[in-house]
Structures are given as structure tokens and as C-alpha cells.
Design a binder for this molecule. Structure first.
Ligand code: UDP
Length: 368
């Protein structure tokens, strides 16, 4: 019996890997083992519970005030024993987290093949996003199989000299997930708070490179936006990294709902009922295009150029004037709004997990 091990550690990875784990488990001739690093603790635990996924291993590495050194050292140390015990025939990692990069490095040291889910995304600026761009480039030096979500991602890999036979365009597993989480009958206190005659904007910001000055500038832009548009309501599920500053800058603003991070099902449904989205997240750019919600990206570079190509998102950086100006266009001009919707399948058709699982089966047992 061949064995695949899926390793991940943060909320976005858990969201994008859970359905893949279930797709792999459908094959009776593949043993699927899941190991989480615990790089995020509460966010990860809640997400796993939302999907009913029970990993066989939890490295539980998260510490108060952990930095990149703690994360790196602890994962490398802990994952070794798990890999040596389980001896998987292949390890699957996802995206660009330190968990994914360090696990790939451990696999390299132990000569275990690696499959990279969501391979080939690039900004080609090692500092933006930091450290994720280095992580994903590093994983792709090590990986044996590349599950590229789009043709642009495939092209990046080809231009770096990866063998085209080992690159499989699958779509993004995030789109598979939205097919299971969003429902018309969903209700939530945040939607009740927002009311019916308002326009709801979803805000998420948490990137390391936005911490400090840029974050305060974004929050100031949000305050100005709320003041300029009384019918607007803004929900901000605060990432634990930025809670204190968010409360200081926006706590008094009655049009802004500062919430704890939302579980994936409420978050997806609230996004699907929103008017548009302001975010520095990567994954939310993909999800928003599927939900046909315009996205203003609060960053200077994106590894998701597909959205820019189809015009469904715009890079606005962290400057409050740009944030206000571009939000104003979406709120005031129905044509400008419409131009930023209408391309739900940029990141796939909702069958990425099945494709990846089928490819792994082919790798083990040949094409049927
Ligand atoms: N998300 C969530 N609850 C929230 C905010 C985000 O479930 O309160 C989900 C979101 O739908 C997406 C993922 O978390 O799937 C994005 O995570 P994040 O922005 O932390 O990471 P990135 O995608 O930038 O790596």
C-alpha cells in the first residue's frame, strides 16, 4: 500500500487542503496520513473542526510571540521523527507558509518526494510577501510534482526550468471549498448588524510587511471611508497579530464591526453577501473572484496576476487616499463596479482536489 502524507499548519492551508485529504482517502489503495504543525493554533483547530478533519499528528509548535526562527527550528526538529516513522512515499505541502517550506526541506534531507499544491505563484520580490515568496520559490526548488492552479503559474515554473511533465494544472482547491461552504439560507449576527439597506464591505489585513505604519494608514483610510459613505458597513475579522492597533484606530467607529477571526463557513458566506472586499490576503483574492466580488488589494504586488488580467481586482497599496478613491469608484459608479465582476472561473472549476488525488494515484500505480 502506498502512503501519502499531507502536512500543513495554518488556517489558509487547512481550508485549501482539507478536501484534498478527503479526495485522497477515497482511494482504498492509498493510505493518507495528515500531520499539522500547529503554526497557527486556534485558527487551525477551528478550521479543522469546520471540515471534520482529524489529523493523525499535531506537532503543536506554536508559542507565545513566536518568530520565524522559533517556527523554523521547531518544525524542522519535530517533523523529522514523524517522517522517519511514517516513511511516506510522497509528502504534499501547500502554498507558501513556513510549515510548507520547512517540511519540504526535511523531505529533501530524507529524500522523500514532495508534491506542491498551489505551485508556481510568484511576485519575484523576495520581500513581498515576506517570507512567503522565498518559501514558495524554495519549495519549488525541492518539489517533484507541481500542482499549478493556473496557466500563469505553470508558465512561471516552466520559465524556471521545471519539467513540464511534472507540472499539472489543476485549478485552486479554494474554489472546491466554496462549493461546499456558501448557502443562500445562511444567517449570522454580523449580517443582522449590517442590516438590509446598507452596503457591506469585508476588510482583512494581516501581512507582516503591512504591520506598523502601513496598517495605521489603512485603518485611517477605513475611518475616512465610513465617514464619507454613511450607508456603508465594514466588517473586519481581526487577525490576532493586529487586534490591538485595530481596536485603537477603529474601536470607536460605529460603522465598523471588529470581530474575532471568523470560522471558514461564516467568513465565506459573509464575503458572498458583501458589496466588495478590501484585503492584503492572497487566498481571498481567489475566493472573491469566484464569488464575483471586486477586490481592492492592499498591497503593492500580487502573486495572483490573473485577477488583474481579468480586471476583477486592483492593487491599491496601503495609502489611505488610494483606498478612499478606489472604494469611492466602486460605491459611486455602477459601471466601474460591474467591470470588476463576471469571471468566476479564473481559478478553476471546483474539481482541483480530485485532479490532484487522481494524479497521485497515477504516480503510484500508473494511468488506468
Ligand atoms: N478566512 C477565514 N476567516 C477569516 C478570514 C479569512 O476563514 O476571518 C479564510 C479565507 O476565506 C481564506 C483564508 O482564510 O480562505 C485566507 O487566509 P489569510 O488571509 O490568513 O492567508 P493568505 O491567503 O493570505 O495566505
Amino acid at each position: 500500500m502506498k502512503k501519502v502524507m499531507c502536512v500543513f499548519g495554518t488556517r489558509p492551508e487547512a481550508i485549501k487542503m482539507s478536501l484534498l485529504v478527503f479526495a485522497l482517502k477515497k482511494y482504498s489503495d492509498i493510505e493518507t496520513v495528515t500531520c499539522v504543525s500547529g503554526q497557527h493554533r486556534e485558527l487551525l483547530t477551528n478550521t479543522l473542526a469546520s471540515f471534520g478533519l482529524h489529523p493523525e499528528y499535531n506537532l503543536n509548535i506554536m508559542k507565545e510571540h513566536q518568530d520565524l526562527f522559533d517556527i523554523t527550528i521547531n518544525i524542522l526538529k519535530e517533523i523529522k521523527a514523524v517522517l522517519e516513522k511514517e516513511k511516506p512515499d510522497i509528502v504534499l505541502v501547500h502554498g507558501d507558509t513556513s510549515t510548507a517550506f520547512i517540511t519540504s526541506l526535511a523531505c529533501f534531507y530524507l529524500r522523500i518526494p514532495v508534491g506542491h499544491v498551489e505551485a508556481g505563484l510568484r511576485t519575484y520580490d523576495l520581500h513581498a510577501p515576506f517570507p512567503e515568496e522565498m518559501n514558495r520559490q524554495g519549495i519549488d526548488i525541492i518539489a517533484d510534482y507541481y500542482y499549478a492552479p493556473t496557466e500563469i503559474a505553470r508558465q512561471n515554473l516552466i520559465s524556471e526550468g521545471k519539467k513540464s511533465d511534472n507540472i499539472i494544472i489543476t485549478g485552486n482547491t479554494a474554489i472546491d471549498v466554496l462549493g461546499t461552504t456558501v448557502s443562500d439560507s445562511f444567517t449570522h449576527p454580523i449580517l443582522e448588524w449590517a442590516g438590509k439597506d446598507t452596503r457591506l464591505i469585508v476588510l482583512t489585513v494581516h501581512r507582516r510587511e503591512n504591520l506598523g505604519g502601513p496598517m495605521r494608514e489603512i485603518f485611517e483610510g477605513i475611518r475616512m471611508l465610513a465617514e464619507a459613505y454613511p450607508d456603508v458597513r465594514i466588517v473586519y475579522p481581526m487577525h490576532p497579530n493586529v487586534r490591538a492597533v485595530a481596536q485603537e484606530c477603529l474601536g470607536e467607529c460605529s460603522q465598523v464591526y471588529l470581530s474575532d477571526p471568523l470560522d471558514v463557513i461564516p467568513f465565506h458566506n459573509i464575503m458572498s453577501r458583501s458589496y466588495f472586499i478590501l484585503t492584503d490576503s492572497g487566498g481571498i483574492q481567489e475566493e472573491a473572484s469566484f464569488l464575483e466580488k471586486p477586490v481592492l488589494v492592499l498591497r503593492d504586488a500580487t502573486e495572483r496576476p490573473e485577477n488583474l488580467k481579468y480586471g476583477v481586482s486592483k492593487l491599491v497599496g496601503t495609502d489611505k487616499t488610494s483606498l478612499l478613491r478606489e472604494s469611492g469608484k466602486l460605491l459611486d459608479d455602477p459601471e466601474a463596479y460591474k467591470a470588476m465582476t463576471g469571471h468566476p472561473h479564473i481559478y478553476g472549476d471546483g474539481h482541483a482536489s480530485e485532479r490532484i488525488a487522481a494524479h497521485i494515484h497515477d504516480v503510484f500505480y500508473g494511468k488506468e
